[in-house]
Design a protein around this ligand. Sequence first.
Ligand SMILES: [Zn+2]
Length: 242
Amino acid sequence: MISEKDLREQLATCTRIFAMQGMIGVFGHVSVYQPETKRVFITPGMGSDKGSLRAEDMLITDLDGKPLEGREGPPVEWPIHTALHGARADAVAVAHLHTPYATLFTIAKREFQPVTLQGAIFSEGVPLYPQAQLITTPARGSSLLKVIGDKRAVLLRGHGIVVAGQNLQEVLFASLVLEDDAKKTMQAATLGEVGTISPEECRAFGAEIALERRAQRAWNYFCSLEARWDRQPATGRSELFP
Ligand SMILES: [Zn+2]
């Protein structure tokens, strides 16, 4: 079992990296689940300074969103997190973000498809939750579960994204990849028709097999950038590739 101290530290670090990368700000939250105690560790909600979050700032709830610890209640969209943590053993960590590029795929009438080899972890596509509403009730959390199924991520119409993973390292990496592929799709579109990586090509590349190692290396890299980040907006950040 990962200790509470480590979960808190990793959650704070992951969120500060998202802030450094401009992927979380006024909106967005990240959570990690401790299955052994059925407790959800989640970042504070709207308006909190994600770039300066510390381990001790994290809130704890049960799977019904009931606050157990922390200075305030959980973010209003807590059902996103509890629905996934409760239903899927592979959704130990969950990020809900309003990232600049991937969010455009929740607005444009265009399906997300991977365009890079890294993006092959999204070979199954990224479905769209069609209702233009916040996920503020368990019923909406259940609807979200039906849309995401066993996939890694879901787009929320006119709103943002949700990414799930086995741990925070995987969620950080998958979120960076999704954002990067969304951005590259748009940039490549200015040059002409965009070629996508087919599901067969994705499987042949075997991105899933190397995911754990890649996610850990990206985590280490961004942790070292974050450690020397001066916390001024738009500084410190790095492209995922190169
Ligand atoms: Zn939101």
